[in-house]
Unconditional design. Structure first.
Length: 413
């Protein structure tokens, strides 16, 4: 009976996806036959970056408020602005502005930050869900907005961004549990290991304000997350609602929060941090699976086995970024190679030729597009994490080549 209902829902979703539209049908055909771009036909990374950023600009222009539309849905088109992801997209736009020396992306980031100031709740929290839903305070969403506002403050020194971040930080401290977790005002009213990505901006807020409470709250949460880690490196309480088979997306969130916190807490030697080591333990397991299969599944159980027959492209880009951050810390070439290959896979799924601006340059939730994670949609966070991963790859590889050239030059004299 369950399988029949599932099949019925899948058939309904397929019909609602308006697959009769040429741009939608094209994606369906490409994915059904797995007609991805071969490695030897891929253009330079700059082309993929430009296309993804153009898609994100379309997502911003599709809304009337300066925020970023949550996603492009095949059944409905562009959705309303999403505060959470708009928050952490802000640093991506600032970084890309510096990467390309194009100030227009800087201006767009400021528009996002100003919109977020206007929708902050009286409590200091930021709302979950998209703007067209009733505003409900959310812990994770608030943490992601703090990331964006603090980056905007560092770029502009506009005190409004810092003041809003402080109000949000105070709220997060006030609703934290004694064991360091967050339970109240959380997605599905449950604790989540991926709240390490809330701890990370709290550490950044502490460093900018000198307030010890934020740092203490962050470390308490990070230690709680470590208590959820098993001997295999997997984390309990790491799913949105299914903790047996969490998506790579949320697994990667947990790892990112641990890594970035380690870099902030121990900048002179992050690789010695217990948080960095915990991130490596989980990342090593995923890297091994990827090296063996040459494919990254969308979900993993506590033994790092997967029932999924699709890939979560958002999680792929997040893990590529994480592996590059680990490489920066310990210089293990396996992580660099894995990141480049994983980025290559996501690039092979990006449509650079579609005439539909909701598709062209975007990154699907799943490959194939009917996979369970954000099916039949192009979420803005997938494009954001893709841009972050490709830009970091460019930085790391360029630095590696420069180091090699300097070494060869010294030895040739």
């Amino acid at each position: 009976m369950v399988s029949i209902l599932r099949a019925a829902r899948q058939a309904r979703d397929f019909l609602n996806a308006r697959i009769y539209r040429p741009s939608h049908l094209r994606i369906g055909v490409l994915d059904y036959f797995d007609l991805r771009t071969p490695p030897d036909q891929m253009p330079p990374n700059a082309r993929y970056l430009q296309a993804a950023m153009a898609w994100l600009c379309h997502a911003q222009d599709a809304t009337p408020d300066g925020g970023i539309a949550a996603r492009y849905r095949l059944d409905r088109g562009w959705t309303a602005s999403y505060p959470e992801t708009t928050g952490y997209i802000i640093p991506t736009f600032f970084n890309y502005a510096a990467f390309t020396q194009n100030p227009s992306y800087h201006s767009r980031a400021i528009r996002m930050a100003d919109w977020l100031l206007r929708i902050q709740m009286d409590s200091g929290a930021f709302p979950g869900h998209t703007l067209d839903c009733k505003p409900v305070p959310r812990v994770f969403n608030t943490g992601q907005v703090i990331l964006g506002l603090l980056h905007a403050y560092q770029e502009t020194r506009n005190e409004q961004y810092l003041e809003a971040s402080i109000r949000a930080g105070e709220w997060l401290v006030s609703v934290q549990e004694p064991d360091g977790s967050w339970l109240r005002h959380t997605f599905n009213d449950r604790v989540h290991a991926y709240h390490t990505c809330v701890a990370w901006p709290m550490i950044l807020l502490a460093s900018l304000t000198g307030t010890a409470d934020y740092r203490q709250a962050a470390i308490a949460n990070l230690d709680w997350a470590l208590s959820c880690q098993t001997e295999t490196g997997w984390f309990h309480h790491n799913g949105f609602k299914d903790d047996r088979f969490p998506y790579l997306h949320t697994i990667a969130y947990t790892i990112t929060g641990l890594l970035e916190s380690a870099y902030l807490l121990q900048p002179e030697a992050p690789f010695k941090s217990r948080f960095f080591l915990a991130a490596v333990r989980a990342s090593e397991a995923l890297l091994h699976r990827f090296e063996v299969r040459r494919y990254m599944a969308a979900q993993f159980d506590q033994n790092w086995k997967s029932p999924a027959r699709f890939s979560c492209l958002t999680g792929n880009s997040q893990m590529a970024y994480n592996w590059l951050r680990i490489y920066e810390g310990i210089r293990d070439p396996r992580y660099l190679n894995g990141a480049v290959k994983l980025n290559e896979f996501v690039k092979s799924t990006q449509d650079l030729r579609s005439r539909n601006p909701g598709i062209r340059g975007g990154i699907k939730g799943s490959h194939p597009i009917w996979g369970r994670y954000i099916r039949y949609s192009y979420p803005n966070w997938a494009a954001k994490f893709f841009v972050d991963a490709i830009m970091l790859e460019e930085k790391v590889v360029t630095s590696l080549y420069q180091s090699q050239e300097m070494h060869e030059h010294r030895h040739s004299r």
